[in-house]
Design a binder for this molecule. Structure first.
Ligand SMILES: Cc1cc2nc3c(=O)[nH]c(=O)nc-3n(C[C@H](O)[C@H](O)[C@H](O)COP(=O)(O)OP(=O)(O)OC[C@H]3O[C@@H](n4cnc5c(N)ncnc54)[C@H](O)[C@@H]3O)c2cc1C
Length: 237
């Protein structure tokens, strides 16, 4: 399994990877010039990976890299691209027409009263149907106008400006394991928007068979490490 479907038309596919748990211990053991053992002592490798993560010795985790294919709504990719350590290549809507695919949730969440950025609970079924049906009609009109503009000869680079951020786009992106785990820490957290959480969760599932000990260490102590980072920020100087 190297592909997971998310949302209504989205997906994450693990296209390529370099390295494994062994790459992490090999990179770490050069510090004390130790011969690296080709995985014959899994117990000590696991302990070392756990120690490294727990104590923030993170550079060995950069020796593993992943490339993903991602299909996601533009508003999700906009959040994703704030993560500067990734390399991205995205479909060009100047070059090619975007397919008429837009994200339309079945269930609309309500604005949270306590968290200005977040949602809390769901609309009641009557309001949900009204909003859902209105969004459906509006999206249908917008994609119709886009297609009409293309048929009338409008340049793709201008026709696209009518499309909403719910429109699906498509990218390939590459990241090392350390920065992927940082991404997952932030974006699978319940403070992140649900629509990006599902992508972070999917990537974690896809990489787990390749770096099981690193994922185990992250699951066990990412909280400690996040607290350590917070401590560093508040105590600097
Ligand atoms: C729940 C949530 C809400 C958010 N809300 C907003 C919002 O309202 N508005 C908004 O603009 N953004 C928002 N963001 C984006 C957020 O501010 C970060 O830009 C984003 O999460 C990327 O984090 P990062 O810089 O740690 O990741 P990356 O850019 O991937 O960087 C990974 C790590 O590399 C290091 N690094 C990378 N670049 C530098 C650098 N130039 N200098 C020093 N170290 C660097 C840091 O250690 C960093 O943690 C939100 C993010 C989350 C998760």
């Amino acid at each position: 399994m190297n592909q997971i479907k998310v949302l209504d038309h989205g997906l994450v596919r693990l296209v390529d990877s370099m390295g494994s748990d062994l790459s992490i211990v090999r990179a770490a053991r050069v510090s004390y010039d130790a011969a690296w053992r080709a995985g014959e002592d899994k117990g000590s490798d696991a302990r070392l990976i756990n120690y490294l993560w727990k104590n923030g010795h993170t550079s060995p985790f950069e020796s593993v890299t992943f490339t993903f294919e991602v299909k996601a709504p533009i508003f999700v990719l906009r959040q994703w691209m704030r993560h500067r350590t990734w390399s991205f290549n995205e479909v060009s809507a100047r070059y090619t027409e975007l397919p008429n695919e837009m994200y339309l949730p079945d269930v609309f969440r309500k604005q949270s009263k306590s968290n200005k950025q977040g949602s809390d609970g769901e609309l009641d079924s009557r309001a949900n149907k009204r909003v859902h049906d209105s969004f459906y009609v509006a999206m249908d009109i917008l994609s119709g106008v886009y297609n009409m503009a293309i048929d009338d000869g409008v340049a793709r680079e201008l026709a696209r400006i009518i499309l909403p951020v719910a429109t699906y786009s498509h990218m390939f992106c590459t990241v090392d394991l350390l920065n992927l785990l940082k991404f997952i820490t932030l974006r699978s957290h319940n403070h992140a928007q649900y629509e990006i959480q599902v992508y972070a969760d999917a990537m974690l599932k896809l990489i787990e068979p390749i770096v099981p000990e690193a994922v185990k260490a992250w699951k066990k102590s990412s909280g400690d490490w996040a607290k350590y980072q917070e401590w560093l920020t508040t105590n600097k100087g």
